[in-house]
Design a protein around this ligand. Structure first.
Ligand SMILES: Cc1cc2nc3c(=O)[nH]c(=O)nc-3n(C[C@H](O)[C@H](O)[C@H](O)COP(=O)(O)OP(=O)(O)OC[C@H]3O[C@@H](n4cnc5c(N)ncnc54)[C@H](O)[C@@H]3O)c2cc1C
Length: 511
């Protein structure tokens, strides 16, 4: 059968959860470019936020989220996020996700910029893995059809409405077209654009390029969150050292062993992510080092091993006993706040095309994501997508955002561009479109990317397809970062270090 009511692209939490809801309403195909469990969701550690604690409320969760978003959150979307969180957590428990408990109650921890302990976790610091494994098992026993190692390469339209998806199966090389009524893009983030990232190798921004090429609006691409603490060991991938480690008392120290974060913020080690990431970057520059240290040696060893089993084990496997030795860390690209613009029902501007999860921009994160809100966002808006798809006619999808719409500029040919290879691309993005940006670096990146765009080879395999996709993402990100002449949330311009009221609006790109 080549027709499905729903085609879901991706099999992280957004893809699996939407598919499990959609199968109640029609036939469902999941197309995913790796094995079913290859995704970022599997790597999530800290947990998932919901105001379910005794002294907590949806109002406090709303306020914390708005504050982190630095003036650019969609308040209606955040209200929905905070209000509906407890019900969606109950749904997840219904699917079998075993959240950790303490004395019979769901255990809640606190993370930076949350005013209350409201983070649920599973398997200590293995929340994402527990969610991914539980949901993929549910999918396996359901009538949902799953195509693994199959990459979506094009969204097909008929009279401006979604009509299907073009795919390539990497094992056989076969190109197929599948027809459908609805597409749910659930392709995840774009951390692989950068040299250092906590993201897995599926995170190449495919959904954003697919949607952009089909005519969808792409928004807030300049807002990319860099996690302050990823393991920095030679030859080891930048494994995430969760924020919860600082939440539980971990202290950042420089090369000389001095705790430095209060030099950068009165909140010290618990300052918002972007402040800590910049603090670490400036400290590394000052001391001429490529890392700082996260010190947990003063915390009880048994607590570290039970509360952070994955981190403890990963470090130990790489010769580092964190109960005795401070952990070498440095910032790494982590989470894309921007993406395919959707309303509060997950709808894009293309009829029949929905987006969920990290590839979507619902407006709940604004200019900076509050930790542990992203897994929650997936549950809230995936549910609304399926509800919306069951209705005919117009939905009230929220108020329009204050925004300017642009097209990617065509830049002057640039003859001395370095060779287009992945390592050059990722280093350039890290250096010039990373944690601290300025006009010179951004302009140099913009003309290099535009030059590369002209010489891109035709995509024939997964790597060349992903390079193509990443280039589109990088152009959208760099041009948006150039336009936004201010610093706000995760976007920091050293030449415009403060926020500007003029820029209290979103940047949208559309073909
Ligand atoms: C190390 C780490 C720790 C994190 N910790 C937390 C946390 O504690 N709490 C929290 O809320 N968030 C956390 N996050 C963020 C959160 O995990 C992600 O935002 C979330 O899991 C994204 O889910 P997703 O389903 O949108 O994308 P993913 O889980 O990345 O899934 C994307 C899927 O799309 C597939 N795909 C991509 N392109 C294509 C294509 N062209 N064709 C077919 N398939 C495609 C991929 O193979 C994959 O299956 C963390 C992220 C990382 C990297």
């Amino acid at each position: 059968m080549n027709y499905y009511d729903y085609i879901v692209i991706g099999s992280g939490i957004a893809g699996l959860y939407s598919a499990l809801l959609a199968i109640e309403s029609g036939s469902v195909l999941i197309v995913t470019k790796g094995g079913i469990e290859d995704c970022n969701t599997r790597h999530a550690q800290g947990g998932i936020a919901a105001a379910i604690g005794q002294n907590d409320s949806a109002e406090l969760h709303f306020k914390d989220t708005i504050e982190a978003g630095d003036g650019l959150c969609d308040e209606e979307a955040v209200r929905i996020l905070a209000d509906e969180a407890p019900d969606r957590i109950a749904d997840l428990i219904g699917f079998g996700v075993p959240f950790d408990t303490q004395e019979g109650e769901v255990a809640l921890t606190r993370e930076a910029a949350h005013s209350r302990s409201r983070i649920l976790h599973a398997g200590g610091d293995a929340t994402g893995e527990y969610i991914e494994v539980t949901l993929s098992e549910q999918v396996r026993i359901s009538p949902i059809k799953v195509l693994e190692y199959c990459l979506a390469t094009e969204i097909l339209l008929n009279n401006g409405r979604v009509s299907g998806v073009k795919t390539i199966d990497f094992r056989s090389g076969i190109i197929e077209e599948y027809a459908c009524k609805f597409i749910i893009l659930a392709t995840g983030g774009a951390g692989r654009l950068f040299k250092y990232t906590t993201n897995g190798d599926t995170a190449t921004g495919d959904g954003i390029a697919l949607a952009y090429n089909a005519g969808a609006e792409i928004v807030d691409m300049e807002f990319f969150q860099f996690h302050p603490t990823a393991l920095r060991l030679p030859g080891v991938s930048p494994f995430l050292i969760s924020e919860a480690v600082r939440g539980e008392g971990g202290v950042l120290r420089n090369d000389e062993g001095r705790a430095f974060m209060t030099d950068y913020s009165p909140s010290g080690d618990l300052a918002p992510r972007d402040v800590v990431a910049r603090g670490i970057l400036f400290e590394m520059r000052k001391t001429g080092s490529d890392r700082v240290f996260l010190d947990v040696t003063h915390l009880p060893a048994t607590k570290l091993a039970t509360r952070f089993p994955r981190i403890y084990r990963f470090c130990l496997d790489h010769g580092l006993d964190i109960t005795r030795t401070p952990i070498p860390v440095a910032p790494a690209a982590h989470y894309l706040m921007g993406g395919v613009r959707v309303n509060t029902w997950g709808e894009t501007n293309i009829p029949g095309l929905f987006a969920a999860g990290e590839t979507a921009c619902t407006g709940v994160h604004g200019a900076n994501r509050l930790a542990s809100n992203s897994l929650l966002e997936v549950l809230i808006f995936s549910k609304r997508i399926i509800e919306r798809s069951e209705l005919e006619g117009q939905a009230n999808g929220g108020r329009p955002w204050p925004a300017e719409t642009y097209q990617l500029p065509s830049r002057e040919p640039y003859k001395d561009a370095p060779a287009l290879v992945l390592a050059n691309f990722q280093s350039m993005l890290w250096d010039k479109v990373g944690i601290v940006r300025d006009v010179n670096g951004l302009y140099r990146a913009a003309i290099t990317l535009s030059a590369w765009d002209r010489i891109l080879p035709v995509s024939t395999d997964r790597l060349s397809y992903e390079l193509n996709t990443m280039l589109t993402n990088a152009r959208l990100m760099t041009e948006a970062a150039l336009l936004r002449e201010e610093s706000r949330g995760a976007h920091y311009r050293s030449d415009f270090p403060t926020p500007s009221d003029k820029w209290k609006k979103h940047i949208i790109f559309r073909i």
